[in-house]
Design a protein around this ligand. Structure first.
Ligand code: HEC
Length: 143
């Protein structure tokens, strides 16, 4: 009788320890999912990225994410999400992205002001960014 109580107690302690480990252990820091930026405008499903889309992600994070947010989810303080029905291919074809980067954008959809041209990117770089954006759009039902 006493033995089974002890066993039960040991199990409870082990379960509690495991629970705490799972809650606050190192698993959270090594998580694969991107943390959602606190100032993001939309919540996203991120698809696995490879090839051109993965290259485009690096270009985007360097040249665009300061305004459009990480993964183009928008930034409440700086710029709109590009993962948005407004930017579906039928409304903003790939050429609209090339034009936006080369010549900038006069504010017309949002309240963030104009987008200045972005220097230092080739059309090829922008094509990678477009592949990246389209991939995330598709994963979020925007196509
Ligand atoms: C300095 C901030 C800023 C940066 C950097 C920036 N954008 Fe923008 N972008 C904006 C804002 C603000 C708008 C929304 C304008 C409006 O009100 O319609 C916009 C709009 C756009 C649009 C929509 C164009 C249209 O025809 O309506 C595209 C596409 C776009 N950006 C792509 C990019 C890409 C790609 C990069 C990086 C190479 C980038 N942006 C970098 C601020 C920025």
């Amino acid at each position: 009788m006493t033995r089974s109580f002890l066993l039960l107690g040991a199990c409870a302690v082990a379960a509690f320890a495991a629970y705490n480990l799972l809650r606050s252990g190192p698993s959270e820091e090594g998580a694969q999912t991107m943390p959602r930026q606190s100032n993001a405008i939309v919540a996203l499903q991120m698809p696995p990225l490879a090839g051109n889309a993965a290259i485009g992600q690096r270009v985007f994070e360097t040249a665009c994410s300061a305004c459009h947010g990480s993964n183009a989810a928008g930034n409440e303080d700086a710029g709109p999400p590009l993962i948005h029905i407004i930017y579906e291919p039928a409304h903003h074809a790939d050429e609209a992205f090339q034009r936006a980067v080369a010549m900038g954008v006069k504010s017309h959809h949002w309240r963030f002001g104009d987008m200045p041209p972005v220097a230092g990117l080739t059309r090829g770089d922008v094509a990678m960014v477009i592949a990246y954006i389209r991939e995330i759009q598709r994963a979020n039902g925007i196509d």
